[in-house]
Design a protein around this ligand. Structure first.
Ligand code: SF4
Length: 179
């Protein structure tokens, strides 16, 4: 039996930079592991999320597998937190939204510079790309968002200590300025 808070994390269409920022809390990670237990996460390599207190989503929604995983997190996590610009507004992955999916695939696999006689991968094992990359809150309800690319480690620490202590996380205007 454990009374630790159970946390799951995932990177959808993200670069793992937000996960790296979680690890950037440095020695406070020792305090964190005293308080939490990790479920599905790149930190544990557990493949399916089980019932958790907090789910952390990095990255945008770019394909069918992302949609499935995100819905699974919503179903299993009491509190769902979107961290980073990609999750909040599509970020860098959403830059492809300026083009049609067909244009993106042709540029990547057929017509792009240096490509010759290549074809578009269509193995049924590959997740189907969505026509447009979506922010996570267009697919499921999100309880909290942490902006930034990535959110700074201190902000992540402040946010999670508030949640773990049962307080509402609060930030000053200065703390959430990115100009
Ligand atoms: S918000 Fe920035 S750091 Fe986080 S996944 Fe997107 S590009 Fe990477």
């Amino acid at each position: 039996m454990t009374d630790k808070v159970k946390i799951a994390t995932v990177s959808l269409a993200g670069c793992f930079g937000c996960h790296m920022s979680i690890l950037d809390i440095d020695e406070k990670i020792i305090d964190l592991v005293e308080l939490v237990e990790f479920d599905r996460s790149p930190l544990t390599d557990i493949k399916r999320v089980s019932y958790c207190d907090i789910g952390i989503i990095e990255g945008a929604v770019a394909n069918g597998e992302n949609v499935e995983i995100l819905r699974d997190f919503r179903k299993h996590c009491k509190t769902l937190v979107a961290i980073g610009a990609c999750a909040l507004n599509g970020g860098i992955p959403a830059m492809r939204n300026h083009f049609s999916l067909k244009e993106c695939l042709l540029e990547s696999y057929a017509d792009g510079m240096g490509l010759e006689n290549l074809c578009i991968p269509n193995d049924p094992e590959l997740p189907m790309l969505l026509n447009k990359v979506l922010p996570v809150q267009q697919v499921v309800e999100i309880d909290y968002v942490l902006p930034g690319c990535p959110p700074p480690a201190d902000m992540i620490w402040k946010f999670f200590t508030a949640l773990l202590e049962g307080r509402e996380p609060e930030f000053s205007a200065q703390e959430i300025r990115y100009d």
